[in-house]
Write a protein that binds this ligand. Structure first.
Ligand code: ADP
Ligand code: MG
Length: 414
């Protein structure tokens, strides 16, 4: 018994520690377009995990070798795609052929089947919200094939072996799926903390500058009023009200901004998500039409969310406007409910505009970050702030030249 537990523990530790190493090199994310370099690194690290597993086999009947090498193979293919999967499968096959024996080809066959099944499910896997479902199906399918193959070609295996091998195999496999999901979530939270850290310094600076500007503006306004009331200069009399209006407008922008940056609690109400979205879209339809952009909602069910109506609408306006501005020529913005559970609901706003690179995506939400000549670079920062104040989460996913999807997650109100 002990001589089977030891290699199992070694196999599991190897796989888990290489997954942690991979996460340190390139933190796992679910919205990542993996660059070739990342794919190669993930392929390499999973190959190392698999090869080391083969060095510590769980069972060796006659010339067979049983270990958990297909776990890193399936997991890397599901999460990172065919390139790292193929690298890992290739390395495993070479390793198995190198060990040799009359059953080496069975090992290669199983490796290829694992790769194909995992690749077949990698798409639905990356799109799924609950990863364990496709993971379960892919794992089960692989199990069936595996069983069939060893039953046909390796019929000398004792019955206890099936339990001793497959139970640790599936436990490790699910452990990996859960572990990687956790790591992805931790990375998102970490990103957000870093972002908020940057924001608080920059946001405070911006707030103090805004405050400093307001004082001279008030003085200018007062002087202007005084001069225009007491002058015979026709030009001055004519244009002073215009100037005062503009000053008032500037003042209002600053005041609005300051109230946003100011921390403090807001009253949250119970809102019908669908109605709020439809109201906001109606406001923006003319702007959309002017830019040749269609705005469509695909919300069919009503959800009650906990939010501040004015703030929520402001967020939607900021996001949809950015979408409209990102579209060159004809385009469409789709708004739909992406997922829902008993606590929260996620709304996605998807445009087919110019999209953003990873670097651009990292900067979005920082004060004054803008790529537009007339942009303020404040919209997304305010949106982040407002959604957060409502207890929600804002996320951006984007593919350069394809489009952007913004997801707002808000708590449900019973
Ligand atoms: P502004 O709209 O004034 O530029 P924002 O904070 O709203 O400021 O946006 C910051 C930047 O993020 C924009 O200038 C743009 O480059 C980028 N951005 C925001 N939303 C999108 C989108 N839907 N598609 C592409 N780029 C976007
Ligand atoms: Mg904007």
């Amino acid at each position: 018994m002990a001589d089977i537990i030891k290699p199992i523990v070694v196999n599991i530790s190897l796989i888990v520690s290489l997954a942690f190493l991979a996460n340190m090199v390139y933190p796992f994310r679910d919205n990542d377009e993996l660059t070739l370099k990342k794919q190669l690194v993930f392929g390499l690290l999973s190959s190392i995990a698999a090869v080391l597993c083969m060095v510590y086999p769980i069972e060796t009947f006659r010339t067979t070798v049983f270990d958990l090498r297909t776990v890193p193979l399936i997991v890397v293919t599901l999460y990172a795609g065919i390139v790292p999967g193929a690298i890992c499968a290739f390395v495993i096959s070479m390793g198995r052929l190198w060990i040799g024996g009359e059953y080496a080809w069975v090992g290669v066959l199983i490796t290829v089947i694992a790769l194909l099944i995992a690749f077949g499910y990698s798409r639905s896997f990356s799109e799924a919200n609950k990863k364990w479902k496709p993971a379960l199906i892919a794992g089960f399918l692989f199990f069936l094939f595996y069983l069939m193959i060893i039953n046909t070609y390796l019929d000398f295996l004792p019955t206890y072996f099936y339990l001793a091998y497959f139970i640790p195999f599936y436990l490790t496999y699910f452990l990996m799926v859960i572990l990687i999901d956790r790591l992805i979530r931790i990375n998102i939270e970490l990103d957000e903390t870093i972002y908020l850290g940057k924001l608080s310094v920059l946001g405070q600076m911006a707030a103090s500058i805004a405050h400093e500007i307001r004082n001279p503006l008030t003085t200018i306004r007062g002087m202007l009023q005084f001069l225009s009331s007491d002058t015979t200069d026709k030009q001055l009399k004519r244009y002073a009200p215009l100037l005062i209006d503009e000053l008032d407008r500037s003042n209002k922008i600053i005041t609005d901004y300051l109230t946003l940056v100011k921390p403090g609690s807001i009253e949250l109400g119970k809102l019908n998500l669908r109605e709020v979205v439809e109201d906001t879209i109606n406001l923006l339809l003319p702007l959309g039409a002017y830019h040749n952009v269609e705005i469509k909602t695909e919300i069919t069910v009503s959800y009650m969310v906990k939010a501040h109506e004015q703030h929520f609408k402001q967020c939607l306006i900021n996001i949809i406007k950015n979408g409209i501005e990102a579209i060159d020529g004809k385009g469409i913005i789709r708004i739909k409910v992406k997922s829902k559970n008993s606590d929260e609901v996620s709304l996605s706003i998807e445009d087919n505009g110019k999209g953003m690179t990873r670097e651009e995506l990292e900067k979005i939400g920082l004060p004054f970050y803008t790529t537009k000549t007339k942009g303020t670079g404040l919209g997304s920062m305010i949106t982040y702030r407002l959604i957060r104040n409502m207890g929600g989460v804002l996320q951006y996913k984007s593919v350069k030249d394809k489009g952007t999807t913004v997801t707002i997650t808000l708590p449900i109100s019973e």
